[in-house]
Design a protein around this ligand. Structure first.
Ligand code: IPE
Ligand code: IPE
Ligand code: MG
Length: 235
């Protein structure tokens, strides 16, 4: 009997692209390009493995603090590289959704993500949630604003606000994260899905994201299977 427990929702902070490139004498852009290539194949594998939702941190609200050159390259990659991946995700039957603030994103990126979401919206194998210009605190603030407007418009009363309603009004109505993975060796969450990770299990690895392959994912899964999830109860 197979007793393996597959997490329903996996989140990955795909970190270490820059160091991966620097270690090879390449420029950081090459690392971001390698990261995007890795993301495509890995997301297909993870969804085939039975994970229903994969959320990935591709660009944080704070990443705008980086050099203009690096930000410009990343935006170029999101506009062009993601556009080129539409066919890939369609063939793999993966539904792609985007979480984050649209404001500050260049027009060509907005266009690509709109087309990507539209072309894959009926796919059923699993969901890839790409977090772009995303911040966990920003998401909570944006959700609070959305709910406040509903109250102001008398579509909701204050007493109706509870954890479930709050969660349903986040950027996308997704179930909580079961397994949070961070590649690249840092032991922090860097403002990623802080509401959704309330009871997530954490897995940290020194492996840089472009090297995080199927075997590396299996290690994270093995570790997840060793955990005793208690959710505050006694088990
Ligand atoms: C993660 O890799 C990708 C983004 C933040 C866009 P980094 O660019 O943070 O790579 P390191 O951490 O500098 O190696
Ligand atoms: C987190 O990585 C953001 C993404 C992976 C998109 P960073 O490299 O930006 O995080 P810090 O700066 O090390 O906390
Ligand atoms: Mg980093």
């Amino acid at each position: 009997m197979n007793l393996e427990n597959i997490p329903n929702h996996v989140a990955i902070i795909l970190d270490g692209n820059g160091r991966w490139a620097t270690n090879r004498g390449l420029n950081r852009s090459e690392g971001h390009k390698a990261g995007l290539d890795r993301l495509k194949n890995l997301s297909d594998y993870i969804i085939k493995r039975g994970v229903k939702i994969l959320s990935v941190f591709a660009f944080s609200t704070e990443n705008f603090k980086r050099d203009k050159k690096e930000v410009d390259y990343l935006m170029h990659l999101f506009a062009g590289g993601l556009k080129d991946s539409i066919k890939f995700f369609s063939n793999k039957n993966i539904k792609v959704i985007i979480s984050g603030r649209r404001i500050n994103l260049p027009k060509n990126v907005i266009k690509t993500i709109d087309v990507l979401q539209e072309k894959t919206e009926n796919n059923t194998a699993g969901i890839l949630n790409i977090c772009l210009n995303y911040g966990g605190k920003a998401e909570i603030v944006d959700t609070a604003r959305k709910i406040a407007y509903l109250v102001q418009n008398k579509e909701l009363t204050v007493d109706e606000i509870d954890e479930e309603l709050f969660s349903k009004n986040l950027y996308n109505d997704l179930p909580p994260v079961d397994l949070m993975i961070r590649t690249g060796g840092e032991l922090r969450i860097s403002n990623f899905m802080i509401y959704e990770c309330a009871y997530a299990e954490f897995y940290f690895t020194n492996t840089y994201f472009p090297d995080f392959d199927e075997l590396e994912f299996e290690k994270a899964l093995d570790s997840f299977n060793e955990r005793n999830r208690k959710f505050g109860g006694l088990k």
